[in-house]
Design a protein around this ligand. Structure first.
Ligand code: RUB
Ligand code: MG
Length: 406
């Protein structure tokens, strides 16, 4: 079956039945509107082949319901992700007869996958670059902090320290793009020089996710220029720049590096349990449109979110899905070495753990902070508590003294 099935949570408005509310979603998003249509008559009866179908409605007993709606394959334009969203996540959010509605999930049929090649690298490709395809250890990443303000030379100096300390990935923060105080191409050149130097010393290849998120139609041009100049990873913010930005980069044969997908603004969609869009459908679309790693959240960090939901979202990224390669889940936001155990215990080891403040805020600086994160990971893999491991690892001991454990 090639139809798309979307799952929603909803709360009907006052005086509205659940059946009416679910039907209203289905009709608004397909062949109906708020009144009878003169444009649908005997001659156009075929239009009903494009009707949505309310498959079931389950009461949760708290005024809320879960419904599944089937949308016929024919109403979609294969390859056009904005159009898919205009159907499954369109005007329904504003319908006055529904007091709240949240898109929980969507089952994308095989026919959709056929037109989206998915990630070029995925987990295996990224692990290969870093050299962890055999060890399968979690990757450790850092976000250069402060968020904005450092010039290219200062950024590169921080990157060098983080790389020598042992991180696998360094990324720009989302508010840093191509501002005057830190031009993108100058920053790229300086950071890649620093990472080359670190690699000569340590033998360890480190990825640098350069934030090429940009306005208009420039993203492909900027991405290509960055890759030509030696970038080994690109970062794009999927919700502000759009799924099409990720798709355009991933589909470009000249973009020969993995794409790190950040999700700033997601809380506006994902946070309210009754209204908005859950992370799950966003994760599916990112995998479809070719992101190689994606932020899905933490269980002990600063951004909230439930462990069950993050685990489910990570499964969407990593479980087999036809020919579409698995995507590396990224846990980020408020992490530090004392939280590594909780993250890995809950989320498993096929993951990138990122820390910004939790590395650059280490009492002995970035290099020690990076080492402490890696030591916390090593402790977990050795089956030893962070406190125990810290007895013989000074950087971890100082991090735990500063921030404790959860
Ligand atoms: C983390 C950071 C990231 C967000 C991403 O910095 O800047 O952009 O945490 O969040 P720090 P999410 O480690 O200093 O908190 O992964 O939830 O999208
Ligand atoms: Mg950030």
């Amino acid at each position: 079956m090639d139809d798309l099935i979307a799952t929603y949570y909803f709360r009907p408005g006052d005086g509205v039945t659940a059946d009416f509310a679910a039907q209203a979603i289905s009709e608004e998003q397909t062949t109906g509107t708020w009144t009878r249509l003169s444009t649908v008559n005997d001659h156009t009866a075929y239009v009903h082949a494009y009707d949505g179908e309310v498959m079931d409605i389950v009461s949760l007993g708290d005024g809320g319901y879960v419904t599944r709606i089937r949308y016929p394959y024919e109403i979609f334009e294969p390859g056009n992700i904005p159009q898919y969203l205009s159907v499954v996540a369109g005007n329904l959010f504003g319908l006055g007869k529904i007091s709240a509605v949240r898109l929980l999930d969507m089952d994308l049929p095989d026919a959709f996958r056929a037109v989206h090649p998915g990630p070029k690298f995925g987990i295996e490709g990224v692990r290969k670059i870093v050299g962890t395809e055999t060890s399968r250890r979690p990757h450790v990443g850092t976000i250069i902090k402060p968020k904005v303000g450092l010039n290219p030379k200062d950024t590169a100096a921080v990157a060098y320290e983080a790389a020598v300390g042992g991180v696998d990935l360094i990324k720009d923060d989302e508010t840093l793009t191509d501002q005057r105080f830190c031009p993108l191409m100058d920053r790229l050149a300086a950071v890649m020089d620093a990472l080359d130097k670190a690699e000569q010393e340590t033998g360890h290849r480190v990825l640098y996710a350069l934030n090429v998120t940009t306005g208009g139609d420039k993203i492909v041009e900027v991405g290509e220029r960055a890759v030509k100049a030696g970038a080994n990873m690109l970062m794009v913010d999927v919700l502000t720049a759009g799924f099409s930005a990720v798709q355009a980069l991933a589909a470009d044969p000249a973009i020969t590096v993995p794409i790190h997908v950040h999700r700033t603004m997601h809380g506006a969609l994902t946070r309210n349990p009754h209204h908005g869009i859950a992370m799950r459908p966003i994760a599916k679309l990112v995998r479809l449109c070719g992101g190689d790693q994606l932020h899905t959240g933490t269980v002990s960090g600063k951004m909230g979110g439930s462990a069950a939901e993050v685990l489910g979202d990570n499964a969407i990224l990593t479980e087999p899905w036809g020919p579409v390669a698995p995507v590396f889940p990224v846990a980020s936001g408020g992490l530090h070495p004392g939280k590594v155990h909780a993250e890995l215990a809950a989320l498993g080891t096929e993951i990138v753990l990122q820390a910004g403040g939790g590395i650059h805020g280490h009492p002995d600086g970035t290099r020690a902070g990076a080492a402490a994160m890696r030591q916390a990971v090593d402790a977990f893999l050795a089956g030893v508590s962070a406190e125990e491991y810290a007895k013989t690892h000074a950087e971890l001991a100082k991090a735990l003294a500063a921030w404790g454990t959860v």
